[in-house]
Design a binder for this molecule. Structure first.
Ligand code: NAP
Length: 263
């Protein structure tokens, strides 16, 4: 980023759009803005009321698409009904789509071609890389098939030459499928779904889940029980979440670089 600022005079800018007042979304958006400012990036926050119309959301996104000081546009999901999150996201300029959720970037990822990659799956890959986990030929089990996490993650693992087993709510004998994983990534949004008996000895376990329970925030993995069996494991909170934000900043810098070629 220093090179962008020094040589091209460009400060990467991220615009966040939050429709309504969902408390969890408010926290996520605030953290993203704080992270931008911490590293010297520009951040622009655009709150809209919960009863904003689809036309109002589209108009704001079009304005941000056209704003040269904004290199990344993030529409915080989910949107309050009846707004359609997919349809609104699709109006973001793919070059500014730092969440990697537009059909163009999702399509590029599905084809194994370069594009802006969704931040949470990118963060999971970064954690695996940092842990030195060998992925080539390894059996990687992904639990969850959402457009936000599970699907892009499976595509990234496949691109990294892992043998991907993709599980979801209709998978038969989920424990047996999970036990196959040398790498096991849980993104189901079900508190402590993954128990000790579902994890192979020495497996690398990444817990993407963030579940609000009476006992506070918990992941999709029964951390205390599984840690004794796993070779490596991420905690919740403090594991995938912070890396996700780092990936968002990296995507914004990458988008700014692509939008402002040198000279
Ligand atoms: P989602 O859209 O609700 O998708 C959940 C997926 O898990 C679905 O594919 C679902 O299967 C599957 N699933 C649900 N229950 C299951 C079960 N009992 N057995 C097997 N599969 C099951 O959720 P998401 O947006 O992907 O998020 C997943 C979790 O990650 C949530 O806890 C979310 O809060 C968290 N998250 C964390 C971050 C971060 O930065 N750390 C970012 C995004 C999301 P079907 O498709 O068959 O319904």
């Amino acid at each position: 980023m220093a090179e962008l600022v020094a040589e091209r005079g460009v400060v990467p800018g991220l615009a966040t759009v939050l429709v309504g007042e969902d408390p969890a979304s408010e926290i996520y958006v605030r953290r993203k803005g704080e992270a931008c400012r911490e590293v010297g990036m520009a951040s622009f926050h655009h709150p809209l009321p919960a009863d904003a119309s689809a036309d109002e959301v589209r108009a704001l996104l079009a304005r941000l698409n056209a704003d040269p000081t904004v290199h990344g546009v993030l529409l915080q999901l989910p949107l309050p009904p009846p707004l359609d999150g997919d349809a609104m996201t699709a109006t973001i300029d793919p070059a500014k789509d730092v969440d990697g959720l537009t059909p163009v970037n999702a399509g590029l990822l599905a084809r194994g071609r370069p594009g802006l990659v969704p931040c949470t799956p990118a963060g999971v890959m970064e954690l695996l890389r940092a842990a030195g986990t060998e992925l080539t030929g390894a059996r990687a089990v992904v639990l969850g098939r959402s457009s936000l996490v599970g699907r892009p993650l499976a595509a990234l693992l496949l691109a990294a030459d892992a043998t991907v087993v993709h599980c979801h709510s209709r998978t038969r004998d989920l424990p047996a499928a999970c036990r196959e994983g040398e790498v096991l990534i849980a993104a189901a949004g079900r508190p402590r779904l993954v128990t000790r008996d579902m994890v192979a000895e020495g497996a690398t376990v990444i817990d993407v889940g963030i579940n609000r329970t009476d006992e506070g925030l918990v992941g999709d993995v029964d951390f205390e029980a599984v840690r004794e069996r796993a070779g490596a494991i991420t905690p919740v909170p403090g594991g995938v979440g912070p890396v996700t934000i780092a990936m968002l900043l990296a995507n914004t810098v990458e988008a700014a670089r692509a939008q402002t070629p040198p000279g």
